[in-house]
Design a binder for this molecule. Structure first.
Ligand SMILES: *Cc1c(COP(=O)(O)O)cnc(C)c1O
Length: 226
């Protein structure tokens, strides 16, 4: 199947899920995760009409941005070492993995006047050892501290659920992220509008949408694996 065919299949499924839970499908953005695929396949995704491209390692990310940067909106979704921040600033518009003040500080330093990084705070809702991110209890104090960094805007929260054969088991994790998002929104912080939820991948995006996802990050089910 071509990327275009998989995209149209995915869009149909998103429409169905949205209809069943009374959501407007245009409130769900697809981030095409191209970390497993070549520059050619990434170009194919852009040709098919996908706009948001997600990468998780700086090498692949910068290489693809150099070739295709002006054609999409770029999302850095993997963990980011502070010393590599300067490779993505000015190129990537979104960072889905903000998880420490030292990283916010480095971003704020490397961004230029007039530039901001739209960040998701990554939350380890499940508590799995292998996952990065803050504990739920750390989120609000962390976001309060980010007021010191004027080039960081907290657009939302991100989580990765554990892989389960039964995707239904991810539901409490996504629901919890939405509850934390709601409690951040209630604070009405100027630097943290925090409207978005980045959650759901190839195997569990339908559950994530039902629980309020506004950005789903889809790799294998959309662009495949090469
Ligand atoms: C790889 C990756 C995805 C996409 O995973 P698929 O299961 O292939 O859809 C989403 N989010 C993050 C953070 C990833 O690293």
């Amino acid at each position: 199947m071509t990327v275009k065919e998989r995209f149209s299949q995915l869009q149909k499924k998103i429409n169905d899920v949205c209809e069943s839970c009374n959501r407007d499908p245009s409130s769900v953005q697809i981030v095409a995760v191209t970390k497993y695929v070549s520059m050619e396949t990434t170009a194919e995704a852009l040709d098919a009409g996908l706009l948001h491209i997600g990468e998780n390692r700086t090498e692949g990310a910068v290489q693809k941005w150099n070739g295709l940067g002006d054609r999409g909106i770029w999302h850095f979704i993997g963990s980011l070492q502070s010393r590599k921040v300067k490779e993505i600033t000015g190129k990537f518009e979104y960072l889905h993995s903000l998880d420490r003040l030292s990283l916010a500080k480095e971003l704020d330093k490397r961004l230029e006047d007039g530039q901001v990084m739209k960040c998701f705070v990554q939350v380890n809702v499940s508590g799995e050892q292998s996952k990065s991110g803050l504990t739920p209890g750390e989120v609000i104090p962390f976001i309060n501290d980010l007021a010191d960094y004027p080039r960081i805007v907290i657009v939302g929260l991100m989580t990765m659920a554990p892989f389960y054969d039964d995707p239904e088991l991810t539901r409490p994790i996504f629901r919890k992220l939405r509850e934390i998002r709601d409690s951040v929104q209630e604070l009405e912080l100027a630097h943290a509008p925090c409207k978005e939820l980045s959650m759901g991948m190839s195997n569990d995006y339908h559950v994530a949408i039902e629980e309020g996802a506004t950005f789903i990050r889809i790799g294998s089910a959309l662009v495949g694996k090469e």
